[in-house]
Design a protein around this ligand. Sequence first.
Ligand code: URA
Length: 210
Amino acid sequence: MSDNLIHVDHPLLKHKLTLMRDKNTSSAVFRQLLREISHLLAYEVLRELPVENVTIETPLKEMQAPKLSGKKLVFVSILRAGNGLLDGMLDLVPSARVGHIGLYRDHETLKPVEYYFKMPDNMGQRPIIVVDPMLATGNSVIAAIDQLKKAGAKNIKFVCLLAAPEGIKALGNAHSDVEIVTAAIDSHLNDNGYIIPGLGDAGDRMYGTK
Ligand code: URA
């Protein structure tokens, strides 16, 4: 497994993920659970954000206290399922900038096709957190990070909900500098590129499409 892999292990996360995997869970509950899990994943992936001391006054005394410093971080959502993780991340860091990458998976080749790319300025000076719930083949996130690096991004981490060993390996080979944070590592991919046992198509489960 990749050196840059963080498997977040927490009973709350495990419980919520089990509810998400259940095919009888409704879209509304699925979205809510994904949002709650993204809070727990954000806590882990944002652990190294820089802080600096500022002077404030409590009701009792002046003190030096830490605040986030540097350029605002960027959450990059890989459309459309990435938005399910994005919403929860923005709950915790409402001042973050947001980028979107539109990539769909060609169902025959399983290769990503880009249709949208919109990022904030100064990408090279900002921490970048790319979000997509499913790390399957890795093709989409690799293509997304290729584009982000072309746009100047340097400090990139990737957050997903479920990862397949194939995707972890592929992403590690293509972008060994990118830390991967995941809530679970599943068994393998099937012939259609779905994670087994997985939870199905995350976008369809979120939005009630097929
Ligand atoms: N994308 C999904 O939504 N689900 C999978 O199992 C694989 C890729």
